[in-house]
Design a protein around this ligand. Structure first.
Ligand code: ZN
Length: 279
């Protein structure tokens, strides 16, 4: 949440299931959802963007900033919901709550390179695909903070920097370029959507890239072996847990598995390699 110049901006408001928690959080600071003027979306995955439509209903003048590839799905979410349902099945409602479409007139569509005035700041927009093909990041030069969504990885309490690799868009080359794009801002702080601020930006991004190479390498090696996809996915999960245990305690590993279940990471990387003729 960023506030200033009579505006109130949210970056990635979260899933619909967390709307009440978000409302409560704002109330504790003397604010209301109906005062939101801008929503800056890094991407449209439901855990980031699911609450957007519900907020726009309460605050109809809210401008929603979203990449041009994601924008059509905010206005007409049928494909987005079908894609999420393939991953989450009957857990959809419990995990993500209700999704309301965002009227096209509320959308500010970006491609990267724009500047967005919101919350009393100027945010530079960069196109940062790799985790999702419609992912953007936002940089507030005045504070040195880059809001990098899932491009910055999963990192709980300073632990292992795990690249979230759900299907269908994973693209390692694009992700590498996106990290270089973020580094070119020379941010002092990275904000990952779920995990708060990180100050050691360079080592964090370096670990992210190394670990992406590691997890992608495990998937590639598993794909080259015989067996069903299910077996390979299970073996990948075991390999990943072993890798995490090399770096962290059992409790930390459990938190990572809950935040980024291996069975969601496998298919994104498997799809990436198969498009390139592996497995
Ligand atoms: Zn995501």
């Amino acid at each position: 949440m960023v506030r200033g110049a009579g505006t109130l901006a949210l970056i990635d408001p979260g899933p619909g299931s967390c709307l009440e928690a978000l409302d409560l959080g704002l109330q504790q600071q003397g604010l209301r959802l109906s005062e939101v003027t801008h929503i800056l979306l890094t991407h449209i995955h439901l855990d980031h963007a699911g609450a957007t439509g519900a907020i726009v209903r309460r605050s109809p003048h809210t401008k929603v900033v979203v990449h041009e590839r994601g924008a059509p799905h905010m206005a007409d979410p049928a494909k987005l919901m079908a894609s999420a349902a393939r991953l989450y099945g009957d857990q959809m409602e419990r995990l993500w709550g209700e999704f309301y479409l965002v009227p096209e007139t509320s959308l500010t569509v970006v491609a990267g390179g724009e500047r967005i005035e919101a919350g009393g700041r100027t945010f530079e927009v960069a196109y940062t695909p790799g985790h999702a093909s419609h992912h953007v990041s936002y940089f507030d030069r005045s504070s040195g903070v880059a809001f990098v969504g899932d491009t910055g990885g999963v990192c709980i309490d300073g632990g292992y920097v795990l690249p979230p690799t759900p299907p269908p868009d994973i693209d390692i080359e694009a992700w590498t370029q996106s990290v270089a794009r973020i580094e070119a801002w020379s941010p002092q702080t990275l904000f990952m959507t779920h995990f708060g601020p990180v100050q050691g930006v360079a080592p964090h991004l370096q670990a992210l890239m190394e670990n992406l190479e590691t997890t992608a390498g495990i998937v590639r090696a598993r794909l080259a072996e015989p067996g069903t996809d299910e077996e390979k996915s299970r073996q990948f999960a075991e390999d990943l847990v072993r890798e995490l245990r090399r770096h962290m305690t059992e409790a930390q590993v459990a938190a990572y598995i809950a935040a980024a279940p291996p069975e969601l990471l496998w298919p994104g990387l498997a799809r990436y390699w198969r498009k390139r003729g592996a497995g």
